[in-house]
Ligand binder design. Sequence first.
Ligand code: ARG
Length: 725
Amino acid sequence: MKKFKLTIAALCLLLFSPAAKADEGMWLLQLMKEQNSIDMMKKAGLKLEADDLYNPNGVSLKDAVGIFGGGCTGEIISGQGLILTNHHCGYDAIQQHSSVEHDYLTDGFWAGSFAEELPTPGLKFKFVTRIDDVTELINKKIAAKEVTETEALSGKFLSELEEELYKNSDLYNKPGIEPELLPFYAGNRYYMIYKKVYPDVRMVAAPPSSIGKFGGETDNWMWPRHTCDFSVFRIYADANGEPAEYSENNVPLKTDKHFTISLRGIEEGDYAMVMGFPGSTQRYLTRSEVQMTMDNENTPRITVRDARLNVLRDEMAKSDKVRIQYASKFAQSSNYWKNAIGMNKAIIDNKVLDAKTAQEKLFAKFANEKNDQAYKTVVSEIDALTKEMADNLYKYTYTIETFYAGIEFGTPYSLLDSIVAATENKNTEKADKFKELARATYSDIFNKDYDHEVDRKVAKALIPLYAEKIAKEDLPEFYSVIEKKFKGEYDKYIDELYDNSIYSNEKNLEKFLKKPTRKALDKDLGYGYAKSKWDKMREMMLTMSELDKKFAIPHKTYIRGIGEMRLAYEGLPSYPDANFTLRLTYGNVKSYDPKDGIHYKYMTTLDGVMEKEDPNNPEFVVPAKLKELYENKDFGRYAMKDGRMPACFISTNDITGGNSGSPVINAEGQLIGSAFDGNWESLSGDINFDNKLQRCICVDIRYVLFIIEKLGGCTRLIDEMTIVE
Ligand code: ARG
């Protein structure tokens, strides 16, 4: 089967000109040779060999790329563990370190020496150490009936096998090693990935938000762009260069590989590639699934976030303290709120549903030609499952967006249960332990970034909204308390909940801990609220995961079929959906025409920052220092030949969330920018890549270095980089 694919692929490559479609694809580096993508890259302009990009037996460019924090990419830009990533990726850390006194969000942060670099607990950087193909092993288990095909996709099976493989590997118990076994192509392939995790990552530099987040929510997901979306961190390790928790004795990591930075600049049509960790795409959905995503996921998400963001926006404008506390939460929520709006619009504008219908027609033809029974019925199978799923997805999204991602206040009700049980059993030791835990949970909830009054207002907006959208019989139990005891007056209930329940304040908690009785719990609004909300969430998660299981085999079949069809009809290999694993996408620097009569250039300059300047709009304020540099044309060696300062550029690279911070690399393997966004017109891209419209938005490395050197005065960082003109 595999061989069949290979020969046909090789043949087709000769017959067709795949370079024309080169832009789409989040390619697996480990399949570069098998899929011939390296030849396609060379055709597009790459001047390197496959081993320069990914070499399982030696050092390659991939060793200078890693996972930054929970969901971004970063790249190594010096021999001393210096990381470049986006400002919005470092945002959480910048916000953590900020207070009204040290407002690094507003003022930026520039460490003047190693000693000034700020330890950031919880922040990690992960390199990919090794990737093993374990498809055959799993297929054998399926053939031997040790597992079913569906079970082979379950978390339980994967984590057990992951543990077993790890234990038997030469990497077992080596410092910092983290194994991960994942299905690709919906289970048509499996890879075991070993990562090396460095837990001491320090904050080194960040521009003021007026530069790193210039354009704010208005410009987010939009081109033309003028955001210098970068921040700089550093990996520290023990004296042997091994991962170690923070210690004063740790030293900057001596990295095996770092990017050389090119100041040569870019032209329309230049080769560009991006290596990084795209989080999630759904490129193989059927038409019915796309419709379901629009109506039952995106729309509920937009509705709930809209209501929450309106509250946060008002409260943040009123107080500096709240502005800093909620900066990161706001940005996170608003990012995919706007994305969902843009995606629904782009699905319609770009006629994605029609494209899906056309694909299904073509697939039916292919299935008939092959006379493959599974292929013939798989789309209608998925359609039927979608019908079953749709209502549940709607309820699930409303519930998660409201009670998980929306309202923060909650009571750890089962912990309180345990305290009461231990007390009733006269197990003082156990009770005391739980009491300590309850106090710790209290400080977790009422942390530096939480404001009880802001959250109360969020609850007042979301709890009634949820009741409007969800059928009465599906509401969590606490809604009947509102109806019966509070005569349907939401605000009264919420005030009582936020003022007088056990977890409302320390005094109430201590009062309960002194005399923890079942009766007190039964009376407590917070207990009832939290328990019924969690009961509902658990019930829905269970339903959803049962439904997900039913989709597993049809998806696996459909994705395999689409892959075979693409190869047969177009001579093109396929890539698996993004799953936050290392990928490579290649293409070109390229302008586009978003609408009739409009042409968007492939790059922007600092002139555009000045054009957008609006001192009365916090999103478009230009700091005085940057204006001064602009007026004096004090751009150093970073200016273009015509004297202007480059800002951002766009390329045809296929990226999505998770790629943020990824290195944008030229034909010689040098760093020319950092990828940070996608464009508005192609926000349907996670579902359907549009060759004409989809662009990757990047900050030009020259803009980054100019800000570090001229605005931040951090020449010590420039000095440790390898820069070529
Ligand atoms: N849209 C960008 C991404 O998902 C994030 C940009 C963050 N900036 C902002 N203004 N919220 O990668």
